[in-house]
Design a protein around this ligand. Structure first.
Ligand SMILES: Cc1cc2nc3c(=O)[nH]c(=O)nc-3n(C[C@H](O)[C@H](O)[C@H](O)COP(=O)(O)O)c2cc1C
Length: 222
C-alpha cells in the first residue's frame, strides 16, 4: 500500500480481534514511527510498547473508563435522565463501543521525554515542538500500521482523567508525559469512511485552504 492509500484508508478503529501482531511487523511500525521529524533533532520522545496481558488489561480498563467519562461530558443527555443515569449511560456506551479493547494484542503509548536541551528563553516553544514531534511520530505509526493491515486510534481521553494512573501502571517517572495512546490490532474490518454523524459536520478540505491570503478559501466556509 502506498502512502496516499494509507492516508486515505486510515480510520479510527475501535473494534479489534485478538489476532497477534508478528514481532517483525511491530518492529517495522515502531522504527518508522521514530523516523518522523523531531524539533531541534531533540528526539524528546519514547514509545512504550505493552504486550503483557495483565498490563494490557489494566490499560484497556483505564481507557474504557475514561471513554465513559468522556461520553458523559460530551454527549447530550437523554430527556429526563438524572445525573446518575447519564453517567451510567456513558459507561454502558463506552463498554459497547470500546469493549474489544480488552483483546487487542498491543498498546503503544507515545510519550514526551524532556531532554532539557532548550535555554530558558526557548523552553516554552521547545516544549510545543516536542509535543508536535510526538504527534508526528504517532501519525507515522498510524499510517505504517494501516499499510500493514493493522488498526489504531489516537486516544487522549485517558489523559484528562487517568494520566497519573497510567504512569503508575507503566512505572513511568513524573517528568515523562504520556501524550497519545493507541491500541494496535487487526480490526474486524476497517471502517469505510467516517460515521454519518461525523460526515455531516466534517468540513470539506476546500473550505480549509486559503490561497495566498487568509480568507480566500477555495469554497465558502459554511
Ligand atoms: C488529538 C486527537 C485525540 C483523539 N482522542 C481520541 C480518544 O480519546 N478516543 C477516541 O476514541 N478517539 C480519539 N481520537 C480519534 C478521533 O475521534 C478521530 O480521528 C476522528 O473522529 C476522525 O475519524 P478518523 O480518524 O477515522 O478520520 C482522537 C484524535 C485526535 C487527532
Amino acid at each position: 500500500m502506498d502512502v496516499v492509500d494509507a492516508i486515505r484508508k486510515r480510520r479510527a478503529v475501535r473494534r479489534y480481534t485478538d489476532r497477534p501482531i508478528p514481532e517483525g511487523v511491530l518492529d517495522r511500525i515502531l522504527r518508522m514511527a521514530l523516523a518522523a521529524p523531531t524539533g531541534s533533532g531533540a528526539q524528546a520522545w519514547g514509545l512504550t510498547v505493552v504486550r503483557e496481558p495483565e498490563l494490557r488489561r489494566q490499560i484497556a480498563e483505564l481507557v474504557i473508563a475514561g471513554g465513559g467519562r468522556y461520553f458523559a461530558i460530551m454527549r447530550p443527555r437523554a430527556e429526563g435522565a438524572t445525573d446518575e443515569e447519564h453517567v451510567a449511560w456513558g459507561r454502558e456506551y463506552a463498554e459497547q463501543i470500546l469493549g474489544s479493547y480488552r483483546q487487542v494484542p498491543v498498546w503503544v503509548l507515545g510519550t514526551l521525554v524532556p531532554r532539557d536541551n532548550y535555554p530558558a528563553s526557548m523552553r516554552e516553544g521547545g516544549h510545543l515542538d516536542d509535543v508536535i514531534s510526538v504527534a508526528f511520530a504517532m501519525e507515522n505509526l498510524f499510517l505504517v500500521a494501516r499499510a500493514e493491515g493493522i488498526g489504531s486510534v489516537p486516544t487522549t481521553a485517558f489523559q484528562r482523567f487517568e494520566k497519573d494512573r497510567l504512569r503508575e501502571i507503566l512505572g513511568m517517572p513524573p517528568e515523562v508525559d504520556p501524550v497519545i495512546l493507541t491500541p494496535l490490532g487487526y480490526p474486524e474490518a476497517f471502517p469505510e469512511g467516517r460515521p454519518p454523524a461525523l460526515k455531516r459536520t466534517f468540513r470539506r478540505w476546500q473550505t480549509l485552504v486559503h490561497d495566498e491570503r487568509w480568507g480566500n478559501t477555495r469554497a465558502p466556509t459554511g
